[in-house]
Design a protein around this ligand. Structure first.
Ligand code: GDP
Length: 467
């Protein structure tokens, strides 16, 4: 990075729409000279708007000329500080989407005194101007990157301040706590206790509970972001790979039906009704004979333990109910959480026409019967996966999904532990005050009340240019 984010006096510009040619492109300009620069390059089609007093919050049609030559007809919307995304005067120019026009327009803005924005610099200014705190700014990047309904919901919630509100509340409680202790320090000669020790301990316990709740939501947040882990288990040759392919290709077909959507890498993640499911690479997923029977059993169970949901696949032409029940018992015995959802899948129903009798004894099982090879009933699996997770339950609570926030919460938790221990050991109030400051510091790094350039660079550097 060539320039510090901390210099926000320049007027900056960038192409905010996606790279390449589109029908329309959006060029943004923000800073003290945004309107001045706009007035130099833009001729509104209605005369009264060209007198210098620019009309804000209105879409204005007009022309952009370079050295007297028309470059493009555009729509301009301008927002006056502080009522803009960045908190400064901000101009958005919608031009035609040719790469040539976009480049010429940017060069024109630069030759009139703007400079090219760094990644995330518009959002950085929003942060500097108090439009949003740091965790909200991070959520903007997450919102742009979100690729499923759940990750979208989580980012949106954080952007709207749900998480910041929680952190600010915790900080406020700690500040109150600190002020009581400080008061005691002021009157230390007189040996008074302003802060009732029991009340303080309760307060600490409450704060710690809240912090721990947030910390424990992190694994959930990660799962939501990366996909709910699903493992496919079963004996060799029951059709696990065929099933995975069937599941993935269904998704592929669905996605490619929507114009303009492409997916570079399908990998083993699929999106069902807005929720990402990530298929864990149990050995059985790949074409090998490693499965529960033949591979390092420990490794398979490790994978099954990582999964939230296990699909147990069996070949209906080659199994008895007892065998299935034994396999289930064996799996449950090995799982850390024996109540984990295991979905039974009876595969190869297409073989029934040849030998319908083999199936009779299985019909009472609570299983989904499919033909992976013929792609039959695969949608039933999707339904069962969705039933197993219940989206609303997952997204109603405040979820921490950002590693930086998680680490700050961990450190805050350590400081809270130190304060509690300090009380128990009867440590003097002035030392306790230091631990409280530490806890406040860690919580403050989440919202950006406490920050440094390195943190800012790493956060805003993740953004695209123009946001
Ligand atoms: P895995 O070892 O469990 O991964 O099993 P595979 O997916 O490799 O399948 C083993 C064999 O069963 C292959 O020959 C598949 O073509 C076949 N197979 C898989 N699914 C079906 C199915 O639904 N019906 C039939 N008739 N054969 C299937």
């Amino acid at each position: 990075m060539t320039q510090s984010y901390l210099s926000s006096n320049d007027t900056i510009c960038a192409i905010s729409s996606a790279n390449g040619t589109g029908a329309i492109a959006l060029v943004r300009l923000t800073g003290q000279k945004a309107i001045e620069i706009l007035n130099r390059i833009f001729v509104p089609s209605r005369r009264e708007t060209s007198t210098g007093d620019f009309q804000f919050n209105k879409a204005i049609f007009g022309k952009i000329f370079i050295d007297g030559e028309l470059l493009d007809e555009v729509i301009v919307t301008a927002f006056q500080n502080p009522y803009s995304y960045s908190g400064q005067d901000l101009v958005e120019i919608s031009c035609h989407g040719s790469i040539y026009i976009q480049q010429q327009l940017i060069e024109l803005l630069i030759s009139n005194g703007a400079r090219l924005a760094q990644p995330g610099e518009f959002t950085f200014r929003a942060f500097m101007n108090g439009k949003m705190d740091l965790s909200q700014a991070e959520a903007v990047a997450d919102l742009i990157a979100s690729n499923s309904e759940t990750s979208h919901k989580m980012a949106l919630k954080q952007m709207k301040g749900g998480f910041s509100g929680k952190i600010s509340e915790l900080r406020a409680r700690l500040v109150h706590f600190a002020s009581m202790i400080e008061l005691e320090l002021d009157f230390s000669e007189e040996d008074v206790e302003f802060a009732n020790r029991e009340d303080l301990k309760n307060l600490l316990t409450n704060i710690n509970t809240e912090i721990n709740k947030l910390r424990s939501s992190f694994s959930l947040g990660n799962v939501m972001k990366q996909g709910i882990p699903v493992a496919i288990a079963g004996k060799p040759n029951v059709g696990k790979s065929t099933l995975l392919n069937a599941i993935l290709s269904e998704e592929r077909a669905l996605v490619s039906e929507i114009p303009g959507t492409t997916r570079d890498a399908i990998e083993d993640t699929i999106n069902i009704n807005g929720i990402n499911f990530r298929f864990i690479d149990t050995a059985g997923l790949r074409h090998t004979n490693d499965t529960i029977e033949s591979m390092g059993i420990e490794r398979t169970y490790e994978k099954l333990n990582q999964a939230w949901i296990v699909l147990y696949v069996f070949d209906i032409t080659d199994i008895t109910v007892d065998e299935i029940e034994d396999a289930l018992t064996e799996i449950r015995n090995q799982l850390d959480d024996p109540s984990k959802t295991i979905i039974l899948i009876g595969n190869k129903t297409d073989m029934l026409t040849e030998s319908p009798h083999v199936f009779k004894h299985l019909v009472d099982l609570e299983a989904i019967f499919i033909s992976a090879k013929r792609d039959e009933n695969i949608n039933l699996i999707a339904e069962r996966l969705l039933d197993a997770v219940q989206l609303n339950q997952l997204t109603d609570q405040t979820i921490v999904y950002n590693m930086r926030h998680f680490e700050a919460l961990n450190q805050a938790s350590v400081s809270i532990g130190d304060i509690t221990a300090g009380f128990e050991q009867g440590i003097p109030s002035d030392l306790i005050a230091i631990d409280i400051k530490q806890a406040l510091h860690h919580l403050g790094t989440i919202t950006g009340e406490i920050t440094n350039e390195e943190i800012l660079n790493s956060i805003f550097g993740r953004f695209c240019i123009g946001k």
